[in-house]
Design a protein around this ligand. Structure first.
Ligand code: PRP
Ligand code: URA
Length: 210
């Protein structure tokens, strides 16, 4: 496996994803879990943020202590389902700017179609975290990264809760320079390009549609 891929391995995350997968899990609980999982994954994905020591004074004495340094953050959900992950990341970095990439998959070809995209200004100066709970064929994720790069984005991470091997391969081959974080790697895609065992349609489950 390429070294730009991190498959999360944490019992808390695994437990929460199990509840997410269950078909009887309702919209309210599903939404809360997606947000919590995004927060836990974001915590891990930001492990390599640079810090710089600053001079502070505690009630006891003066000392040097680290604060986050380096680039500012942009969070970019892939609509719709990525929206469910945004607040999880913002709970960690409330000052992050938020962009949007609207894509839907054609039901027959499974190829993504763009319908709305807007990114924060100076995207080239930011660390960018693209969010989408599902990486299936990898078409949407690859298109989202293409879009961000076209607008100057360079430092890019992609977070998904569940990935199929096919999508992970396609994304990492198309964009070997980005970091990919996966909550759990599933078995395969079915004939409708849904992830097996997966969790069904993430957008429908978050928004209660269908
Ligand atoms: C889902 C999901 C991803 C995409 C993954 O979105 O949220 O964006 O499918 O599939 P892929 O890897 O094969 O491209 P969908 O197109 O169903 O749109 P929605 O979120 O609006 O329901
Ligand atoms: N999109 C989803 O929401 N679920 C899948 O399994 C595949 C694509």
């Amino acid at each position: 496996m390429s070294n730009n891929i991190t498959i999360m391995d944490h019992p808390l995350l695994a437990h929460k994803i199990t509840i997410l997968r269950k078909k009887q899990t309702g919209t309210n609980e599903f939404r809360k879990l997606v947000e919590e999982i995004a927060m836990l994954m974001g915590y891990e994905a930001m492990r390599d943020l640079p810090t710089a020591d600053i001079e502070i004074e505690t009630p006891i004495e003066k000392c040097k202590s680290p604060e986050i340094a380096g680039k500012k953050l942009a969070v970019v959900p892939v609509l719709r389902a990525g929206l469910g992950m945004v607040n999880g990341i913002l709970s960690l970095v409330p000052t992050a700017k938020v962009g949007h990439i609207g894509l839907y998959r054609d039901e027959k070809t499974h190829e993504p179609h763009e319908y709305y995209c807007k990114l924060p200004q100076s995207i080239n100066e930011r660390d960018i975290i693209i969010l989408d709970p599902m990486l299936a064929t990898g078409g949407s994720a690859s298109a989202a990264v293409d879009f961000v790069k076209k607008h100057g984005g360079e430092s890019i991470k992609f977070l998904c809760i569940i990935a199929a091997p096919e999508g992970l391969k396609r994304l990492s081959e198309a964009h070997p320079d980005i970091q990919i974080y996966v909550g759990q790697l599933d078995r395969c895609l079915n004939e409708n390009a849904y992830i097996c065992p997966g969790l069904g349609d993430a957008g429908d489950r978050i928004f209660g549609t269908k």
